[in-house]
Design a protein around this ligand. Structure first.
Ligand code: NAD
Length: 509
């Protein structure tokens, strides 16, 4: 990331925090934020100290009793107003994403729309929170389950979806009656800050939602503070594992979504042209910086592989790479110089490891944007299981083609892989597709759908080392994650009947 602390930064130009419905100025350890298309530092963001994070937690804790007792229908009305405001400010938020992340603005709009879908879902919270009720579980005894909010919960989010991923978390957490502290990525802080101000405008009471910008110091404060009841994390696997182990050791409920290496199988009977188009979008959209990006295409048989590789090569030649502000571009830059170096080094490594670099995106220069972090699409053929470019998450515009002999062999590769976030099969064979969906060890499966990102009323998550914890993000799982079940059993003495003491454990009546 942009690691060099800024010198002589005008404190008025540093993005601070949002606590208790108010902007909080801060010039602690300001870090530069750049526009990745130009390579220029455009602003700075403060790194919250432990005290600042504790202030945010205190604000959330103070707001909890009132918010927890606010009727769900009233909470839903605030969510509805928030949704309207988000839609009114869509262009502004998408532009902020493009400026700081680099993705093409219609892709930014797509991400934003998927985030707003979760707000739509949160508008139905009175229905979603309805408990379970059983009358006469015994003579004159009724029982029900109530889903109560946890208290202060925190969200820690990655750079690649600065609007959407936070919205996977806080709309549902808040709608369920919790109060929230968000720690977004320090690389693209503006979109979540704009949304925070809209929550206030929508009528959210002070302290219900708070945002602190920061790095490890802020995260560790959230992990170690007893007032934080639960943590939702999305980011890379090493940090997800750290968040999960530290948070659970400290007695918190944790869901930590990590990295990915998503495979697509191309079967011999697939519609190859459609599969190639799907692969191109899923591998190179957002410059490959998506946790659901397809980074491995497993082709069944050499004939399929030869055809897929030559068609991919032809399609890649037509891709336009440039500034995300120009919607005629297919791809923007990578997020930072450091990430650009990391991805380019993986391409060098793939060549050293003996894979065939069929399309080489290194050395791309975008006219007028020579300092931008642009890497062209890269395509490797004949990638094998033992190569690091196959095993590790690259998180850039690099697609690896692996050749396999059968669906079973391809599935074995996927099942043996460390990650299990998303996958897809391209086929016309219903039996093969059904077998794949039944037996693949991956959390989100597409059948002729390259990016099977669930809609907001289902839930999102991976298997294996792509998710630490038991519950997925958003959808029905989020109601379970952000609430604690309480089961109540009641009897009201009636008719003046005097009960005798019972010493046997209450049994079937
Ligand atoms: P990251 O793990 O570097 O950062 C994520 C968050 O953790 C940020 O808020 C960051 O400030 C914080 N963080 C970073 N280092 C930390 C440390 N040492 N201690 C405590 N906190 C720390 O991830 P990123 O580079 O921002 O995002 C890309 C990664 O996120 C990729 O691996 C991608 O696959 C993953 N991702 C996963 C999903 C999913 O749903 N599974 C979705 C989006 C992104």
């Amino acid at each position: 990331m942009n690691a060099t602390p800024a010198k002589n930064v005008d404190s008025a130009e540093i993005i601070g925090h949002f606590i208790n419905n108010a902007d909080v100025a801060d010039d602690n350890r300001p870090q530069p934020v750049s526009n990745p298309a130009t390579g220029q530092v455009t602003k700075h963001v403060a790194m919250a100290s432990q005290q600042t994070v504790e202030d945010a937690i205190a604000a959330a804790e103070a707001a909890f009793p009132g918010w927890r007792n606010t009727p769900p229908a009233k909470r839903a009305r605030i969510m509805f107003r928030f949704k309207q405001l988000l839609e009114e400010h869509a262009d502004e938020i998408a532009a902020a994403i493009t400026d700081e992340h680099g993705k093409v603005v219609d892709d930014a709009m797509g991400e934003f729309g998927r985030g707003v879908e979760v707000v739509d879902y949160a508008c139905g919270i009175p229905e979603l929170l309805k408990g379970e009720y059983s009358k006469n579980v015994g003579p004159g005894i009724d029982s029900w389950s109530d889903f109560q909010p946890l208290g202060v919960v925190a969200g820690i989010t990655p750079f690649n979806f600065p609007a959407m991923v936070p919205m996977w978390m806080y709309p549902m957490a808040i709608a369920c009656g919790n109060t929230f502290v968000l720690k977004p990525s320090e690389k693209d802080p503006t979109a979540p800050m704009l949304a925070a101000r809209l929550l206030k405008e929508a009528g959210l009471p002070d302290g219900v939602f708070n945002l602190v910008n920061g790095d490890k110091e802020a995260v560790d404060t959230l992990l170690n503070d007893d007032r934080v009841q639960a943590i939702s994390f999305v980011g890379s696997t090493p940090i997800a594992e750290y968040i999960y182990s530290t948070g659970t050791k400290n007695g918190k409920r944790v869901q930590a979504l990590g990295g990915a290496k998503n495979h697509a199988i191309v079967m011999p009977d697939a519609d190859i042209d459609n599969a190639v188009n799907a692969l191109i979008g899923a591998a190179f959209g957002s410059c490959g910086e998506r946790c659901m990006a397809i980074s491995v295409a497993v082709c069944i048989g050499d004939e399929v592989a030869d055809s897929v590789v030559s068609k991919l090569q032809a399609e890649i030649a037509g891709l336009k790479v440039g500034s995300g502000t120009d919607v005629s571009n297919h791809m923007g830059p990578l997020i930072t110089d450091a990430h650009f170096e990391k991805v380019r080094n993986y391409v060098d490594l793939g060549v050293e490891e003996g894979a065939d670099l069929v399309v080489d995106g290194r050395g791309l220069v975008v006219e007028g944007l020579e300092d931008g972090y642009f890497l062209g699409p890269c395509l490797f053929d004949n990638v094998t299981e033992d190569m690091r470019i196959y095993q590790e998450e690259i998180f850039g515009p690099v697609l690896c083609v692996v050749r396999a002999e059968s669906e079973e062999q391809a599935m074995q590769l996927i099942n043996d892989h460390e990650y299990g976030n998303g996958t897809c099969i391209f086929t016309r064979d219903g039996e093969a597709a059904r077998y794949f969906a039944d037996n693949i060890q991956v959390g989100m499966v597409g059948i002729n759908v390259p990016l099977p990102v669930p809609v907001s009323y289902h839930s999102f998550g991976g298997w294996k080392r792509s998710l630490f914890g038991d519950l997925f993000a958003y959808g029905p799982d989020s109601v379970r994650f952000y609430t604690r079940r309480k089961t109540i059993t009641q009897r009201w003495p009636s008719g003046g009947v005097r009960e005798k003491a019972q010493f046997a454990f209450p049994g079937r009546q």
